[in-house]
Design a protein around this ligand. Structure first.
Ligand SMILES: [Zn+2]
Ligand SMILES: [Zn+2]
Length: 153
């Protein structure tokens, strides 16, 4: 995983947020942050742990869990709770939706401004005030579909 994509700005932001929250920015926390920001998928705590383990053999899965929870509180990542799946972490903080492949479990970002901005049915408004909208699409992704088609040939 290429961690060179982390900008000094991102690390500076992390330092600042930690300082404001009175959290010590330990070496392990910094490494978890770098790994998280380098991930272009939606990693689970387990996969961050597996990726970091080579570099930091002494790191504990529990530390990864707690650090990710802290980052979530600081607003650096968003927790994703996909039906029946483990908690995943999303570093993409812009408004978007998700396509979950039931075959390879990959989670892809979906942008749909038309949906984000459309007025909601009265039924929704009568239930309460909507603060955010998130759609989950469940299906089979292109590469899995292509793979299945290749096998049939
Ligand atoms: Zn797939
Ligand atoms: Zn996402």
């Amino acid at each position: 995983m290429d961690t060179a994509t982390i900008t000094k700005q991102q690390i500076e932001q992390l330092r600042q947020l930690c300082a404001e929250a009175g959290i010590k920015l330990t070496h392990q926390r910094l490494e978890i942050f770098k790994e998280l920001m380098a991930a272009d998928d939606h990693p689970s705590a387990e996969s961050i742990y597996t990726r970091l383990h080579k570099k930091l053999p002494t790191i504990a899965l529990d530390t990864v869990y707690r650090t990710l929870a802290t980052f979530d509180e600081l607003g650096l990542v968003k927790k994703l709770h996909i039906m029946n799946e483990r908690t995943l972490f999303d570093t993409n903080l812009s408004i978007h939706h998700h396509f979950i492949c039931s075959h390879c479990k990959k989670v892809e970002d979906i942008y749909w401004q038309g949906f984000d901005n459309c007025s909601l049915p009265e039924e929704v408004e009568s239930v309460g005030v909507v603060e955010s909208r998130h759609l989950e699409f469940h299906g089979v992704c292109r590469s899995c579909l292509d793979g299945a088609a290749d096998k049939e040939k």
